[in-house]
Structure formats: C-alpha cells, structure tokens
Design a protein around this ligand. Structure first.
Ligand code: G3I
Length: 399
C-alpha cells in the first residue's frame, strides 16, 4: 500500500499532462474535446451508453484513449466480453485478424470478414481502430514464406508483393483506421535491424518504403512504428530512437511510435516515461499499444506432468508488484502529452497469449478467468480519477 501510494504521489508531480497538441482535433470525436492527437477524419457512430465511471469515460476527461486488443471470436459471441470491450475502451486493435496470414491466406484472395466485423463494431460503439499490423516477420502466409524459401518469389517480386499488400489493406480500410502499426518489431535487442525476410531480401530501405506506401493509400491515418522492449533505455530503444529520428528528418511520413509494454514483474519497472518523452520530443506521437503485466503463477492442484498453471499469482507480493506496474505504466503515459492511447493486450487472463509462451507466468490482464475485474482494474480506475481531479490537468485541458 505504501509502495503504491508513493508511486502515485510521484506520478502526480509530473509535468503538465494535457495540452491541446493539435489544432486538427476532430469535432466528431465522441470522447469529448480533450482528445489528444486525433487527426482522424472518419465518422464515429454515436456510442451506446458508456458508464461515467468506466476507464473509457474517465480517460476521456484527461484526453486519453483506452484501448484493447480484441479476439474477434469472442466479440459479439460472449456478452460479458463484448460489454467490457465496448464500455471500458474507446479504441480497439485486432489481436490477430488484420495480420497478413489472416487477410490473405491464399495468394490473391482476401479474407476481410473478421476484420470488417471488428471495424463495424467499433464504428457502432464510437471507438477508433488501431490497425495491426502491415509489415512483420511473423504470422506471414505460408505461400509467401515458402515462395521466398524455394526461390519461386524473387526479391523484386517480394518488394512488389509487400507494396501491394500494404496498399490493398490500407485502401480497404481507408479512413476507418486511426493509427496503423506500419512496421512491427524490426529491431533486435542489440540495436541492429532484425535479420528478417524483409531485411534479407529488400535491404533496410523497406522500412521507409512501407511508410511511404501506407501514406499514399490513406494520408489521414497516423502511421506508427511499433516494438517491444523499447520501454527500457538500452541498445534497442536507442537504435529505434535513432531510426525514427532519421526517418522523420528525411521526410518519411511517420507519425508515432508504439511501445508494446509487455512487462514482467521479475525484470523491474522500466524508465518508460523518460523513453516516451524522448520520442515525443522528436515531435512524434507515442502510445502504449499492447500492455500486459505478467508474473509467476500457482500450479494447478493436483500436480500434473507436464505442469499446468492457474492465473493466480504465486504470492501477495507478486500481486502487489503487478498493481504497482499497472499504475506506473498508466502514469507514464498520462505524464507525456503526446501519449495518445493506452491499449491493453486482451481482456481476460484466460485468453491471453502469455501462458502459451511463458509457461509458469500469467495473470497478465485486468480481468480474471471469469471476466471479473481484478485489483489491477481498480488501480487504473483510481489513477484516472486522480488525474482528472488534479488542478493542473484542468488548466491544461482549457489551454
Ligand atoms: O488460428 C489458428 C487456429 O486455426 C489453430 O487451430 C491454432 C492452433 O495453435 O492456432 C491458431 O492460431 C494462433 C493465433 O494466435 C490465433 O489464435 C497461433 O497459433 C498463435 O501463435 C497466435 O498467437 C498470437 C501471436 O501474436 C502470434 O505471434 C497471439 O494471439 C497474439 O496475441 C500475439 O500478438 C503479438 C502482437 O501481434 C505483436 N506483439 C507481440 C504480441 C504477443 O506475442
């Protein structure tokens, strides 16, 4: 408790939180007029009732959007899940269905249905959409990777295919996407570009090309570079910083950087605010795009082989560490006026990617396996309320 309170006090001494950073704030926004960095000119449906004490409504008061990665199999099918998505969050991201393997599983045949459904639901619920993702080394269609491996797709053809993929997809969703993750996870931990299918075959210029191609297809979308482990200052974060600085200086249409923020209580809390701020100082928007905070969890009883795990933290200390991390991750965004959205990577622990990839860890989201709000939810709720009540925030809001 003491720990949390001191963190909170620290956060509230932060510099002015909301400044009207752009004159082009869309009048149509359904989330109030403190909407930071909203350059989107799409239409917004009038949203169904959003409870005044939801994360979404509280964040709107301080000019921030809360977002969530959506599993489109659950949206519309599970009532509680759907209610949480639409009441608590003002932006949505497709967790998987906008990735290349999902939209073009067979060469030349697009399957937009699941993504279209999400975009339609967002419109109905007055939400904006983060498009995720156009250029990534993972979740590529088999026809593409096999074709490159067996030489039937040449380098020149691969470049044409990438351009077509980006432009077809951005055009399909033109004016319906607020932020696109144009390039995802292109940097390695040591600060060199990842030796991906893209770097190997197209050279480093593919990154600038991708942004230019996306911008041609939808000049109103905010174009983001998105990555993980850039929350900590280090070789990776420094290299991404240098890269986006160079891109911007050479006139490439890049508008923001997404900090995925997949945190783990065993590694300490990163100097996230400082990193968000130095990128923002390049006159780029920033966002936390995939927040989840994992910790070690209890084994199921009776013990099984291989081991199976619950989503219950191993100790009270693990639980309070998570709460502290949630609080600090939100406050870091609140403290940086160019931090325009705070997106969590899923609704509930039982549909999170974490247990599948980090066995023995979990409990990384805001809702438990029964879709009941966890203490983590109340931490965010309280921080948003405190932020709205801070006098200097009201002053900033008027500016
Ligand atoms: O759709 C197939 C299904 O047909 C099949 O039966 C099943 C069997 O494994 O797999 C299903 O595909 C899974 C897919 O999610 C859809 O559920 C893949 O195996 C699984 O690997 C895939 O995981 C996704 C992962 O990206 C892929 O790398 C996670 O859901 C998704 O949360 C995760 O998201 C990424 C972001 O895009 C980028 N940043 C990191 C983040 C976490 O890894």
């Amino acid at each position: 408790m003491t720990l949390r309170r001191s963190i909170l006090v620290g956060g509230l001494t932060l510099a002015a939180l909301v400044t009207a950073q752009s004159a082009s704030v869309a009048a149509a926004s359904s989330e109030g007029h403190h909407d930071r960095g909203h350059h989107h000119r799409g239409h917004h449906g009038s949203s169904p009732a959003v409870p005044a004490d939801s994360l979404r409504a509280l964040a709107a008061k301080v000019g921030l959007r809360t977002g969530v990665a959506v599993n489109t199999d659950l949206l519309g099918a599970d009532r509680t899940y759907t209610r949480i998505v639409n009441q608590q969050f003002s932006t949505v991201t497709a967790e998987n269905v906008m990735k290349w393997e999902s939209v073009e599983p067979t060469r030349g045949t697009y399957t937009w249905a699941a993504a279209d459904k999400l975009v339609a639901s967002a419109r109905q619920n007055g939400q904006l959409v983060r498009g995720h993702t156009l250029v990534w080394h993972s979740q590529l269609p088999a026809w593409l990777t096999l074709g490159v491996d067996n030489g039937s797709i040449s380098k020149a053809e691969l470049r044409r295919l990438l351009k077509k993929h980006i432009q077809d997809q951005v055009t399909h969703f033109r004016s319906k996407i607020w932020q696109w993750d144009v390039v995802n996870e292109a940097m390695d931990e040591d600060g060199t570009l990842r030796n991906s299918i893209w770097l190997k075959n197209l050279g480093p210029g593919y990154i600038a090309d991708a942004f230019r191609w996306a911008h041609e297809a939808d000049p109103n979308a905010q174009l983001f570079y998105n990555d993980y482990n850039i929350e900590f200052t280090g070789p990776k974060s420094n290299a991404v910083y240098a890269m986006v600085k160079r891109l911007k200086a050479s006139g490439v249409p890049i508008h923001g950087v997404g900090f995925q923020t997949h945190l783990d209580t065993q590694y300490g809390f990163p100097d996230l605010q400082a990193n968000l701020q130095r990128f923002a100082d390049l006159r780029l928007n920033v966002a936390e795009t995939e927040v989840d905070i994992r910790t070690f969890v209890k084994e199921k009883e009776p013990a099984t082989d291989p081991k199976q795990y619950t989503n219950i933290p191993v100790s009270g200390l693990a639980q309070s560490a998570q709460e502290a991390y949630w609080s600090q991750s939100l406050q870091a965004c609140l403290a940086v006026s160019r931090c325009i959205s705070y997106t969590v990577w899923g609704v509930a622990d039982n549909s999170s990617w974490i247990p599948g990839v980090f066995p023995g860890e979990g409990a990384a989201l805001l809702y438990d396996d029964k879709l009941k709000a966890k203490p983590q939810y109340r931490v965010l709720h309280q921080d948003l309320k405190l932020a709205a009540g801070a006098p200097y925030r009201r002053g900033a809001g008027r500016a």
